[in-house]
Design a protein around this ligand. Structure first.
Ligand code: ADP
Length: 246
């Protein structure tokens, strides 16, 4: 009886996995087809002899942007595939998180200034994490990019970090649009987007947070989210604190 029940559970799990895989493949096909359709359409228009050179340049630019988006999508899909096969290398070391956060923030300052969004860092000098410096920066860059995308002029994004019970905790809080509570459980899923059309127009493919989550998981950490519609969103990352903090 127990064996029969176990086999039934296994069969159900396999079926579930198969369905998930099919959904994922269908989503990828859709994600690839959309930019390709645009590229083909705009290439047709750009090749019309009646077009002024200014209009032609405009359409060629769209083609370029769509191709870049496509390249990024494929790159991200490859990164996730590598993570699934445990071929994505993480080289953790003892890192002063404030220095690392400072670097990312400095890189982004011009973009924030242009959008008139403030960016504040609160981080005691001594906070350390056991992280791959490049991957850590990739994660923060991604979260800040999202925070900026969903903020309006006059808002501020707060980044903070502290040491807690031998762990390092990093928070990225924005005062932006927030995420509806019914969408929250899905935002880390691959290819999941809250606002499907707008997100695509701004270059999003719904892979950013899936990659962030995987990178954090590979570090032995966790990421969670709190959000209130209209008030903003906070991402909380918990990471190993490093050798001096065990
Ligand atoms: P994308 O590349 O489309 O932005 P992500 O995986 O980074 O995809 O994010 C998934 C979804 O979560 C996005 O569609 C976006 O709507 C939502 N989201 C992520 N970060 C924020 C944020 N800080 N504020 C509001 N919504 C967010």
């Amino acid at each position: 009886g127990e064996l029969a029940a176990a086999i039934q559970t296994l069969a159900r799990d396999l079926e579930h996995l198969k369905n998930e895989r099919n959904d994922f493949l269908a989503n990828i096909a859709h994600e690839l087809r959309t930019p390709l359709t645009y590229i083909k359409g705009y290439a047709d228009i750009a090749s019309r002899s009646s077009l002024t050179s200014k209009d032609r340049e405009h359409y060629l630019n769209i083609i370029k942007e769509e191709s870049e988006q496509l390249t990024m999508l494929v790159k991200n899909l490859f990164a996730l595939a590598k993570m699934d096969q445990n071929q994505f290398s993480i080289l953790p070391e003892q890192v002063k998180l404030c220095d690392s956060l400072d670097k990312v923030i400095n890189r982004l300052h011009p973009v924030f200034e242009e959008k008139e969004v403030g960016l504040e860092l609160e981080c005691p000098e001594e906070v350390e994490g056991w992280v791959d410096p490049e991957r850590f920066q990739q994660v923060i860059l991604n979260l800040l990019d999202n925070a900026l995308k969903h903020s309006t002029a006059g808002g501020t994004i707060h980044v903070s970090s502290n040491q807690k019970e031998g762990r390092a905790v990093v928070k990225v809080r924005d005062e932006g649009s927030g995420i509806p509570s019914e969408e929250l459980p899905f935002i880390f899923d691959r290819l999941y987007r809250v606002d499907k059309s707008r997100s695509r127009a701004s270059g999003g493919s719904g892979l950013g947070l899936a990659i962030v989550k995987e990178i954090i998981r590979l570090h032995g950490g966790q990421i969670s989210v709190e959000s209130s519609l209209g008030n903003g969103t906070t991402f909380i990352i918990d990471l190993p604190g490093g050798e001096n903090n065990d």
